[in-house]
Design a protein around this ligand. Structure first.
Ligand code: KE4
Length: 435
């Protein structure tokens, strides 16, 4: 066990114990701080914009559980809703009023959604939406974008083929090559590559699947006209446009990226924020498509804990709080202040840093040019990010332990938190400037 836990005594012991029972000591790989020179720190508790590790150290949190905690951790009204629900029982496996209440809120927020199905994870939402698209169109192929992540379902663990419109190849063991070949991987922000895929695979593409704001290669916003062009290509070729809004939904606007950019999807996948921190996700779209789902249609999809009463209680409380006036103006202001401060800190340190931001999600890339797709991200200085990450953690700022993730600002962050973050960044950037 290499000592990546300098000073984090209890986390080190906890990690060693975890590694004896859990593969890599974690239940989701990114939590293992792969490639980082420090960590993983174990978190003991969280409140507002702060997390506290097992050694009692407090951090300003920009992971936010990878997106859900837009209100901040342990929001009193969300906790109260959970307490009220849990005292009535934790799971019934039967229809409940809260599921309809949550569905009403989602349908009201996103005009492209007429019917919605609740599930328990983003992976399940996207996997189910793709199955539905394949059934609705009678086609088997999908197009996804390099650098976008849609959960760990086999069809999405696919690397780009040799050519820009080539069929994909499995990107990890266990994914059948025969299935991987049904996925074409195109560069993000390259609508021409998607047009080429439609030409090459005429009549075979069921759907184009995209994060309308990419946030799994760091944050990469859609180029002007990109989403509109994908919409037109899908309409021209009889394919469905699936927006994976698991991160961007209720994050970049109350109505998600489709509201922010004014482009409707045929199917939308949601997660993270809509669960209020509990296991809940969803997919939805036009009634004509969604009505293909069992029990009214033939496309089977199911889940023991789908629409769980505790999760739906947290979800309804979360969306009602986010619906209050001013939330997204506040998130925009905090995101903009953080972006400006980080840019100033990098300039003072003489460190090239490209910042991409959409509302309250942002990423800093150590490079001196625009970052518009995954190839640009792969050309950034990841070694410098590792030093910066360690320097920020040591100074009480908890960033995602990966150069390919986003910083998430919440409504619980204050101007003082932003100022403290920028001060830490000034020092960490200076330190990171030295190899
Ligand atoms: P889950 O199955 O992890 O709930 O959702 C999968 C998923 C789908 N779509 C998008 C756009 C996503 O970002 C995700 C999950 N995101 C990752 C990291 N950004 C979650 C963190 C993890 O894997 O532990």
């Amino acid at each position: 066990m290499t000592d990546r836990h300098d000073g984090h005594v209890r986390s080190r012991a906890a990690y060693e114990a975890a590694c004896r029972r859990l593969p890599g000591g974690v239940n989701s790989p990114v939590r293992a701080y792969g490639g980082m020179d420090i960590g993983p720190v174990f978190i003991a508790s969280a409140r507002g914009a702060k997390v506290v590790d097992l050694d009692g150290r407090e951090y300003i949190d920009y992971v936010g559980s990878w997106g859900p905690m837009i209100l901040g951790h342990a929001h009193p009204e969300v906790i109260a809703a959970i307490h009220a629900a849990v005292d009535r029982g934790t799971s019934f496996g039967a229809p409940t009023l809260a599921e309809t209440a949550l569905a009403e809120r989602i349908v009201r927020a996103m005009a492209s959604i007429e019917l919605v199905r609740l599930v328990s994870s983003g992976t399940e939402a996207v996997m189910s939406a793709v199955r539905l698209a394949r059934a609705f169109t009678g086609r088997e192929m999908i197009v996804k974008m390099a650098g976008c992540y849609h959960g760990h379902s086999d069809s999405f663990l696919v690397a780009a083929g040799s050519g820009v419109a080539e069929q994909g190849t499995a990107s990890c063991p266990g994914v059948p090559q025969a299935l991987a070949q049904l996925t074409v991987v195109a560069p993000y922000n390259d609508a021409e590559a998607v047009r080429a895929a439609f030409e090459r695979h005429k009549g075979r593409i069921a759907a184009v699947l995209v994060e309308p704001v990419a946030a799994n290669m760091g944050v990469v916003p859609p180029a002007a006209g990109y989403l509109e062009r994908l919409r037109r290509l899908c309409d021209e070729h009889g394919a469905l446009l699936i927006f994976d809004e698991v991160i961007s939904g209720f994050r970049v606007a109350f109505g998600g990226a489709q509201q922010r950019y004014g482009v409707d999807a045929d199917l939308t996948c949601l997660g993270k924020i809509i669960g209020g921190g509990l296991p809940l996700a969803a997919f939805g779209g036009r009634a004509a498509i969604m009505e293909q789902l069992a029990p009214i249609g033939q496309v089977y999809q199911a889940g023991t804990l789908s629409g769980n009463p505790i999760a739906t209680a947290a979800a309804v409380a979360t969306l009602d709080l986010l619906a209050r006036p001013g939330c997204y103006d506040r998130l925009e202001a905090l995101g903009a202040a953080l972006e400006a401060g980080l840019a100033d800190a990098a300039a003072r340190a003489g460190v090239p840093l490209t910042i991409n931001r959409v509302g309250s999600i942002l990423s800093g890339f150590f490079c001196d040019r625009p970052v518009r797709h995954f190839a640009d991200v792969q050309a950034t200085d990841v070694a410098r990010f590792k030093r910066f990450f360690a320097g920020m953690l040591e100074r009480g700022v908890y960033l995602a332990p990966s150069a390919y993730e986003a910083m998430f600002v919440s409504l619980a962050h204050t101007e003082a938190d932003i100022e403290r973050t920028i001060d830490a960044a000034r020092q960490a950037l200076q330190a990171a400037a030295r190899p």
